[in-house]
Write a protein that binds this ligand. Structure first.
Ligand code: UDP
Length: 319
């Protein structure tokens, strides 16, 4: 019997590439479509000789067709504040046009579909922790809006294809995820802090460091996606680790696990930086039987080897 074939848009990115590994492990044949704007070939290098794997360099903002697929995993988008600020227009286009085109593929082949959405849909939340039913507090014209509104639109198009065309869709709302293959210079807090700690440079805490995030290790996040992909839930599901830390606590943990003597340097808080973020994962727990297993200190330790090598090679510019 022929293998089932999955399309992963954005499969050369941090999360997309880990998803490819998981799907191949589950017996899928996988085709990645990525324009390498923020994704990297290096993330897929280990799959070069894998017969069940194909890579297609293509921008999904134009209509595309890679042949019959049974599942569409739509993961294409710049995802770090530094990346989406630099590529604001591309971020809006991939969230809108790219999403239409990914959904058109699913519609054409009657394939199932799962899209990576984000906790940014909640903006600077007034409800804490955030449940899927919360509509959010997003500044539609601020610097983060290129990402936040693109993802909110992504969700709207996805629900419309489900309602109007009966496409079998799923929406994962991702909370801060970290682990090996993160781009060293993508500007997110975990790679920034670890890189700074390993180089003996000050850890740049924005604001007073009292803002919170809840960090999910990549293997837990991927396990959540796989479970969601097998479910019949069409409304959004939070996939994140509810264990909440202040950014200052995160900095201190990085100093502890690296044994670094780096100091903390306080820098201005970026505009519209959410003050707190914590997923309510009751829905994922009950619906998917999913529970994150790896807490922040252990996950940082698991990531350290990758970051040591990346810092030693300073590989990050080679996108
Ligand atoms: N942050 C920080 N120092 C850094 C990078 C980020 O203090 O070098 C803070 C940032 O202001 C935010 C949090 O860490 O409050 C998480 O930022 P990140 O860019 O990782 O993701 P976000 O959750 O904001 O999308």
């Amino acid at each position: 019997m022929n293998k089932q074939r999955a399309l992963v848009t954005g499969g050369a990115g941090f999360l997309g590439s880990h998803l490819c590994d998981a799907l191949l492990g589950e017996g899928w044949s996988v085709v990645v479509v990525d324009n390498l704007l923020t994704g990297r070939r290096a993330n897929l290098e280990h799959l070069r000789n894998e017969a069940a794997f194909e890579f297609v360099e293509k921008d999904i903002c134009r209509p595309f067709d890679v042949g019959r697929v049974d599942y569409v995993f739509h993961f294409a988008s710049p995802a770090s504040p530094v990346d989406y600020t630099e590529h604001g227009i591309e971020t809006l286009k991939v969230g809108s046009l790219g999403t239409f085109h990914a959904l058109d593929v699913a519609k054409k082949y009657n394939a199932k579909y799962l899209v990576s959405s984000t906790s940014e849909c909640y903006g600077d939340p007034l409800e804490h922790p955030q449940k899927e039913t919360y509509w959010g507090n997003v500044n539609s014209i601020g610097p983060r809006s290129v990402y936040d509104e693109a993802k909110r639109f992504t969700e709207a198009v996805t629900m419309a294809y489900h309602r109007y065309y009966k496409v079998d869709t799923r929406i994962a709302r991702i909370f801060n995820t970290y682990g090996p293959r993160m781009q060293l210079n993508d500007g997110r807090v975990v790679p920034n802090f670890i890189r700074q700690a390993l180089r003996g440079e000050p850890l740049t805490v924005y604001g007073d460091g009292s803002q919170t995030r809840s960090f999910c290790y990549v293997s837990d996040e991927i396990d959540g996606f796989i479970r969601l992909s097998k479910s019949n839930e069409h409304l959004p599901v939070n996939i994140g680790n509810p264990n909440e830390f202040t950014i200052l606590e995160c900095a201190q943990l990085v100093l502890k696990i690296t044994g670094s003597k780096s100091k903390i340097a306080y820098e201005p808080l970026p505009q519209d930086d959410p003050k707190q973020r914590q997923p309510d994962i009751t829905k994922a727990r009950t619906l998917l039987g999913w529970e994150p297993k790896i807490q922040l200190e252990e996950g940082l330790l698991l990531s350290l080897d990758y970051f040591h090598k990346a810092v030693a090679a300073e590989v990050s510019p080679a996108r």
